[in-house]
Design a protein around this ligand. Structure first.
Ligand code: SAM
Ligand code: DTB
Ligand code: SF4
Length: 346
């Protein structure tokens, strides 16, 4: 979409905008299900980059405890737990500027991905900059999606990050597309941007070819010690408008209501789901910041009568271990296709 088209949409009266978004949502996502994703920080803190919102940058004195790349078994423990709790996508993040092929740490990541990809969930990683060869190796190891956010408009980006450029981000996204990996690309609200900056971000993202499979919309989690620690919270109606514009401009993408849900009421989250959000990060932690308690999320989805997405059987390894408990579904019905008993399922 063009910036002018997005501006015209955004300027609609609130109810007209969410009605338009709802129509698109119902056309493209008729089952109305919500995808649960679980995040895990596999390497935390000590990052060379200066992203002004991020607790993991080594440049700021934050309260964060850094840790080196997690061991394979520990990651697998988290991934199994995520699957058991109903997540169908497991996203692993590393606080790196980027990765380079042939290094021991990249080989270690490939090993982790190979293991996690046997569990039958979508496997997403976010590791920073990526070259074309690394992208192919990740795909071959089993990565299904790569998260690389553009965060804001090209114009506002240099006010937020100076250690790499918007063009660097776009190059990585092209490398991911080139390897045939799905792109997950979105942004953050609350970085001191204007509405035009937000819509410019959507203009850039909606003009990707192909359009991204996933668009996370984060609200800034102000992290103590970072330059943006005191930024004011975004008006929740503006968040809903952004979700609606994302739904309309990238209709086939999962629009993920991402960071910042701890500061949103149930009612605002419900409006976001109505306006086109169809995924959340589920589990008490994002990468380093807080996320709502799983129980609270389950209660909210149940209250709204929203069903969750079931695992995609085509992602399962041929020797997939069905002895693990099946994913409990939030609607109380078993979505497993194998024979199961009430005691073993749900
Ligand atoms: N280093 C990699 C990168 O920058 O792409 C991956 C990890 S990075 C933490 C993943 C994304 O989390 C960022 O692109 C940003 O959009 C989001 N993020 C980071 N800190 C945030 C915060 N305090 N509030 C909201 N979103 C945040
Ligand atoms: C995305 O857009 N949001 C997630 C995921 N992609 C990697 C990360 C949010 C991070 C929030 C801040 C933190 O936990 O440190
Ligand atoms: Fe590093 Fe990513 Fe945080 Fe930027 S957002 S400081 S690249 S971990």
């Amino acid at each position: 979409m063009t910036l002018a088209e997005l501006q015209a949409l955004h300027a609609l009266p609130f109810f007209d905008l969410i009605k338009r978004a709802r129509e698109v949502h119902e056309e493209f996502w008729p089952d109305g299900k919500i995808q649960l994703c679980t995040l895990l920080s596999i390497k935390t803190g000590g990052c060379s980059e200066d992203c002004a919102y991020c607790a993991q940058s080594a440049r700021y004195k934050t309260e964060l405890e850094s840790h080196v790349l997690l061991e394979r078994e520990e990651v697998m423990r988290h991934a199994r737990a995520a699957r058991e709790s109903g997540s169908t996508r497991f996203c692993m993040g590393a606080a790196w500027k980027g990765v380079r092929g042939g290094t021991p740490r990249f080989e270690q990541v490939l090993d982790i991905v190979r293991d996690v990809s046997t569990l039958g969930m979508e496997v997403c990683v976010t590791l920073g900059e990526l070259g074309p060869d690394e992208a192919i190796q990740l795909r071959d190891a089993g990565v299904t999606a790569y998260n690389h956010n553009l965060d804001t408009s090209p114009e506002h980006y240099p006010n937020i990050v100076t250690s790499h450029t918007y063009e660097d981000r776009l190059r990585t996204i092209r490398n991911v597309q080139g390897a045939g990996i799905s792109v997950c690309c979105g942004g953050i609200l609350g970085l001191g941007e204007t509405i035009t900056d937000r819509l410019r971000l959507l203009e850039v993202i909606s003009n990707f070819n192909p359009q991204p499979e996933s668009v996370p919309i984060n609200s800034l989690m102000p992290m103590p010690g970072t330059p943006l620690a005191e930024n004011p919270q975004v008006d929740p109606f503006d968040l809903v408008r952004m979700i609606a514009c994302a739904r309309i401009s990238v209709p086939g993408a999962k629009v993920r209501l991402s960071a910042g849900r701890t500061r949103l009421s149930d009612e605002v989250q419900a409006l976001c789901f109505y306006a086109g959000a169809n995924s959340i990060f589920y589990g008490e932690k994002l990468l380093t910041a807080e996320n709502p308690e799983s129980e609270k999320d389950r209660a909210l989805l149940a209250k709204l009568g929203l069903k969750t997405l079931e695992p995609d059987r085509s992602l399962e390894a041929p020797d997939f271990d069905h002895s693990l408990p099946a994913s409990p579904s939030l609607d109380g019905h078993c979505h497993e296709t194998h024979a199961c008993t009430p005691a073993g399922c749900g």
